[in-house]
Write a protein that binds this ligand. Structure first.
Ligand code: ATP
Length: 366
């Protein structure tokens, strides 16, 4: 992430075209947004176009606009996305999916810095910074004839590669801290134990940072204010994989945290699916992963580990105090009426000192 941060800073300062490569969900769009937001164009538009999602017949008029009556259905003049981005940045996502005939037109616009609306005869100058991204190997696409080499070189003035998450697992604690900090849920955050972090770092992350974000979001819902243990990670990540239905949609009565209870269809159907459109099931019953998560205040016959519970509470209070004091330790210590040195000891005990360091790295990253 630190290497990426340096590249982002550099790219923000220059005005050249940028090509961001990396697997799906690794953060290419985050990088593109970061570059725009620190560039001199930041106060101008930043427009994202998913080149793979636009129907082939519409791409030209979407990108470059059209004049009224230029084709059947063109009942009004349309200002294209290049013109709309004037002064700012246009992010051409999934550029590897752009049809070949459009690649020629795009190249012409990039060379001349002039657009012509479909059906128009006016040369419209544009001042737009282009950032393109793809998860594809464009080298192979060029060899296979589906991507133009000249366009590749025009776009790839500054190449930025965003590695897969499993190639930079040291970023995981900082990313988890970031997602927890930005959670919209008002409930207390879950507490990932050191073993849980190790389990996160051992996972393969086929969905990259997007998958990690989903896992943290699920943990926030089901382990609010509770410790997330290593064995919980297995079930938290499992719901990104198509689950095995048991047929009746019921939760086994004796499910322990070590069992892969996320394989039940209820979990995915409760609305905690991925944002890559995986539909895991159709049963809309709520999911209760653990007895204590469902109703901690109710009397229960479950055996409570008092010490673990007190440790959890202590960590939660320390975290809340830190959050309220925006990380100012002396203020946080005063707010819960303990000495600063005791507070620091407790931060160390709960690994919050490391977490804070990581958060600072991330905050500074983008
Ligand atoms: N460094 C990061 N910091 C915070 N969030 C991140 C970071 N990298 C990725 N994310 C989050 O992960 C998710 C996926 O990121 P993004 O959309 O940028 O990936 P992508 O590589 O463009 O994916 P795709 O190729 O599927 O379009 C988003 O929710 C994004 O906010």
């Amino acid at each position: 992430m630190q290497q990426l941060r340096m590249l982002v800073k550099f790219a923000g300062r220059c005005n050249s075209s940028i090509m961001i490569t990396g697997p799906s969900g690794s953060g290419k769009e985050v990088v593109a947004d970061a570059i725009h937001s620190i560039s001199q164009r930041a106060s101008h538009p930043n427009i994202t176009v998913n080149c793979g999602a636009l129907p082939e017949q519409l791409i030209e008029s979407e990108l470059f606009g059209h004049e009224k009556g230029s084709f059947t259905g063109a009942i009004n003049k349309h200002v294209g996305l290049f013109e709309q981005s004037d002064g700012g940045t246009i992010f051409l996502d999934e550029i590897g999916d752009m049809p070949l005939n459009m690649q020629v037109k795009l190249l012409r616009v990039l060379e001349s810095r002039i657009v012509n609306r479909v059906g128009g005869n006016q040369n419209i100058p544009i001042n737009v910074r282009v950032i393109a991204a793809t998860h594809k190997n464009l080298g192979s696409s060029i060899q296979g004839g589906s991507f133009r080499e000249d366009l590749f070189y025009r776009l790839c003035v500054v190449p930025i590669e965003v590695p897969a998450l499993n190639e930079r697992t040291e970023d995981i604690p900082a990313l988890v801290a970031h997602f927890l900090k930005n959670q919209t849920d008002a409930n207390p955050a879950p507490i990932f134990t050191a073993e849980a972090y190790a389990a996160l770092q051992n996972h393969d992350w086929p969905g990259n940072v997007r998958e990690l974000r989903n896992v943290v979001e699920r943990a926030t819902v089901f382990f609010s204010g509770q410790q997330v243990q290593a064995h919980d990670i297995a079930m938290l990540v499992q719901s990104d994989i198509a689950p095995t239905h048991n047929g009746n949609g019921s939760i086994p009565p004796q499910s322990t945290p070590a069992q892969p209870v996320m394989q039940q269809p209820q979990f995915a159907a409760a609305g905690f699916g991925t944002d890559h459109g995986t539909d895991h099931g159709t049963n809309n019953q709520p999911f209760a992963p653990r007895a204590f998560a469902a109703a901690p205040a109710q009397p229960s016959n479950e055996i409570v580990d008092l010490n673990a519970h007190l440790q959890n509470e202590e960590r939660r209070i320390i975290m809340q105090a830190l959050e309220a004091s925006h990380g100012v330790v002396s203020k946080a210590a005063r707010s819960i009426n303990i000495k600063r040195t005791t507070f620091i000891d407790k931060m160390r005990k709960h690994s919050l000192d490391k977490q804070m360091q990581n958060e600072t790295v991330l905050a500074a990253a983008f």
